[in-house]
Design a binder for this molecule. Structure first.
Ligand SMILES: Nc1ncnc2c1ncn2[C@@H]1O[C@H](COP(=O)(O)OP(=O)(O)OP(=O)(O)O)[C@@H](O)[C@H]1O
Ligand SMILES: [Mg+2]
Length: 312
């Protein structure tokens, strides 16, 4: 899929996805060894986006299976299109009396099967696609077991249709928000990545790549505020996606530095539960957060200028 580790790094960079060196190596190895990637981590930490970035880097498509409680094989693999089968039979009339076996076989071939994302991923022609099985923790154990055949033998068995082998082996990304612990047989087949909230330097980089021409000092403060909020024991700590929204909102409003007076404006963007809203609404608490965000920003700027001095 990728010519080298460096090739993957450059390509991912062009998709504006920020990746640390260890994750980069895991992605490269997964591609080379045809192993699925299992990515766990908090909401908004970049799990889904990783699959899209890999696909963009490999210039291929994403086949996405969005999991939910009670999802069945019909949705994931597909099912026979009964309306099309009926139509075919009606159009044939009674012309096929003496070759029913052939017609029966044809009716139960891929021609009359409406394919779900798992099957489409296996049958993707010419070059591998990325198969994203998103939020796998929502499915039950039976569904998880069904995936094992796909992930170990790169084939799917469907009653009446038979066993379909992969035309190309997809790059598989399985994501989980850890609402249910995934089983060990599945884990054994995968490379495991654990995403945490990013360090301030990485968050500044993400804000820089995903945002538009923002003042670096404001970027530093937004990332600093993210650090301060995540250290604050919130019910729902803000994700990268929420900090990107905040940065965008500040840009629209022309704000160049967040001050304690901006509290009411920022509350809907930062607090997503009643308990968090109440805590953030307290003056002293909010002032402390803004103070910390400025401290983080200044520490980062000092560290960066020190590095620049050493390199000069
Ligand atoms: N490493 C990263 N580089 C660039 N942007 C990122 C990165 N991580 C997250 N983002 C940004 O954060 C947004 C949210 O990420 P994503 O949807 O992948 O999170 P998630 O972990 O799948 O969350 P959820 O569990 O809620 O589905 C992305 O659309 C992207 O803009
Ligand atoms: Mg997601």
């Amino acid at each position: 899929m990728f010519a080298s580790l460096e090739d993957l790094r450059v390509r991912l960079r062009s998709t504006r996805y920020v990746i640390d060196p260890v994750t980069l190596k895991a992605v490269y190895l997964a591609a080379e060894m045809k192993k699925p990637l299992l990515v766990e981590g908090p909401p908004g930490s970049g799990k889904t986006e990783l699959a899209y970035a890999i696909a963009a880097a490999a210039e291929t498509v994403v086949e996405r299976l969005q999991c939910y409680e009670g999802i069945g094989e019909d949705k994931a693999i597909g099912k026979f299109d009964e309306a099309l089968q009926d139509l075919f039979l009606r159009l044939q009339g009674d012309q096929f009396d003496d070759e029913w076996g052939g017609v029966h076989g044809r009716l139960h071939s891929l021609e009359f099967f409406s394919q779900g994302p798992l099957l489409r991923a296996l049958l993707y022609p010419d070059k591998p696609c990325v198969l994203l099985v998103d939020e796998l923790d929502k499915v039950d154990q039976a569904f998880e077991a069904m995936l094992l055949e796909l992930l170990s033998a790169w084939q799917i068995t469907v009653p009446k249709l038979g066993t379909i082998k992969a035309e190309t082996v997809p790059f598989v990304v399985l994501s989980s928000n850890e609402e249910r612990r995934l089983g060990d047989p599945l884990r054994r087949r995968c490379f495991y990545l654990r995403f945490e909230y990013p360090a301030i330097e990485r968050e500044v980089e993400i804000l820089g790549l995903r945002g538009k021409g923002q003042d670096p000092r404001l970027r530093g403060q937004v990332a600093g505020l993210a650090c301060a909020l995540r250290a604050w024991n919130m019910e729902k700590p803000p994700s990268i996606a929420e900090m990107l929204d905040l940065a965008k909102a500040l840009e629209i409003l022309g704000v160049s530095e967040i001050n304690p007076e901006d509290r009411d404006l920022l509350l809907p963007l930062l607090a997503k539960t009643l308990a968090d809203r109440r805590r953030l609404s307290m003056n002293a608490g909010f002032e402390g957060l803004i103070f910390d965000s400025l401290r983080y920003r200044d520490q980062l700027a000092a560290a960066e200028s020190l590095i620049a001095e050493v390199q000069a």
